[in-house]
Ligand binder design. Structure first.
Ligand code: CAA
Length: 417
């Protein structure tokens, strides 16, 4: 019989970048006087914060994983297992590994810890971090393009990923007759939720449907690729954010040894990890790997889509959130936008999605995102989300972390223990 796996909680640094009030940038009163946190400082803050928030001693951690995509490019720093050890003296000589799977690096770090718990580990630490503001958005577009098939896809646009998802938007809109305004509601929800979340990158930026629903001076289309340009605006994009997240993942014996009860934790009841082919892209109007991940995680957890009470899904672009709804069985093909327009995925809706703002509003420090999603579900289930708490405490939560153009997917289902 498989050993039970619990998430005890953790810590999130604020996610910051351009337009965040604390981000040091031209015009900020502290510009030239102080710097934004480095990757190393971000990892340390996340790890120490998670240990403190859960009351777990560093010495009690048996193994750790860290998700990060391209520290080598943004920060000239790889070998982040050793950087995690540097976060606390009592982590010295513990087995720690950096895990990479593009934007699903955090989800993969969690999946690795789950396998280890099932194999006998009792207390594991899972962190994720990325610091991306060291480069301009255009330079970062080149670094992030390593998550696509670089040789084949880099030339689509300087902003390779926004262009790949503009390609999906174009086909989706044409096939299903969905308007720009329909999709704009996803951004309005993301920013509205972020405005309630003190840790969100976009906590201070307002978004209305007039701005998000069309290309306009406040919301320009920015791709050079003429065919794709009309299908990607600033408000459709996740943020170039810096941030870190860390969680404690424990067995039943680990919970006991730490003197904690299952009521402090959420239990993992299903997980799937699916990998697509880097060299082929299928139907742009579907997220095929995510569809398989959804089928498998529901089967593993023994639930159906309508059982999910709160979800964190990978909205790297507004279209991605709609394709996620459809892949996850929340909406039929082409009908995802209706869920948002009707408020069903809002904080007070019947299936709240990305309640803290998602990647568009909360931000997307790539390697941290998959870990942050799990922590968000823990916080919602434990009633810790303050102004963006969903009513009641949800009993079943889902996370879906996706890397590349729907190539690496980690989906997890949790029950309130
Ligand atoms: N009119 C026309 N064009 C404009 C403009 C305007 N008013 N304002 C800006 N632009 C253009 C400019 O060409 C500008 O580039 P240059 O200054 O280099 O010429 C470009 O838009 C970007 O402008 P900024 O650098 O001022 O904008 P920004 O720093 O606020 O960035 C963004 C905005 C480009 C949307 C940026 O947030 C972004 O790139 N977001 C997406 C990040 C991303 O792709 N993450 C990965 C997601 S994919 C995933 O999750 C899977 C995976 O595995 C990777």
């Amino acid at each position: 019989m498989s050993r039970r796996v619990f998430v005890l909680g953790g810590f999130n640094t604020p996610f910051i970048g351009k337009k965040h009030p604390d981000f040091i940038w031209k015009g900020h009163p502290d510009f030239g006087k102080r710097e934004n946190p480095t990757l190393e400082e971000t990892i340390t803050a996340a790890v120490r914060g998670a240990l403190e928030a859960t009351g777990v001693e560093a010495a009690a951690v048996e193994k750790a994983w860290i998700g990060n995509f391209v520290g080598e490019l943004f920060n000239n720093q790889g070998h982040l297992g050793a950087a995690l050890v540097g976060a606390h003296p009592d982590l010295l000589f513990k087995p720690v590994m950096r895990v990479e799977g593009a934007c699903a690096s955090g989800g993969l770090a969690f999946a690795s810890a789950v396998e280890s718990i099932r194999a006998g580990t009792d207390v594991a630490l899972v962190a994720g971090a990325e610091v991306q503001t060291t480069a301009s958005a255009r330079q970062g577009g080149d670094y992030l393009a390593r998550a696509a098939h670089y040789a084949r896809q880099r030339g689509i646009d300087d902003f390779t990923f926004p262009a790949l998802f503009a390609w999906r938007t174009k086909h989706y809109r044409e096939k299903f007759g969905v308007s720009e305004e329909d999709i704009g509601h996803v951004a309005v929800k993301a920013y509205a939720n972020a405005n309630k979340n003190p840790l969100a990158h976009m906590k201070a930026v307002r978004m209305d449907i007039e701005t998000a629903g069309s290309i306009n001076p406040k919301n320009p289309a920015f791709l050079s690729n003429e065919d794709l340009n009309p299908f990607m605006k600033m408000s459709d994009c996740s943020q170039v954010s810096d941030g870190g997240s860390a969680i404690l993942v424990v067995s039943e014996a680990g919970l006991k040894a730490l003197g904690r009860s299952p009521s402090d934790a959420i239990e993992l009841v299903g997980i799937s990890h699916v990998t697509g082919n880097l060299y082929e892209d299928g139907d742009p109007t579907k997220m095929e790997a995510t569809m398989v991940a959804a089928e498998r995680v529901y089967a593993d957890a023994g639930i159906k889509p309508s059982d999910v009470q709160v979800a964190e899904v990978h909205d790297c672009f507004t279209i991605t959130e709609l394709l996620m709804y459809e892949a996850l069985g929340f909406a039929d093909a082409g009908r995802g936008a209706e869920l948002v327009k009707e408020g069903r995925t809002a904080i007070g809706g019947d299936i709240p999605v990305n309640t803290g703002g998602g990647l568009v509003g909360f931000g997307h420090p790539v390697g941290a995102t998959g870990v942050k999603q799990i922590l968000e579900i823990h916080r919602q289930m434990k009633g810790q989300c303050g102004d963006y708490q969903v009513p009641g405490t949800p009993g079943v939560g889902l996370t879906v972390n996706m890397g590349g153009n729907d190539k690496t997917v980690v989906a997890s289902v949790f029950r309130n223990a």
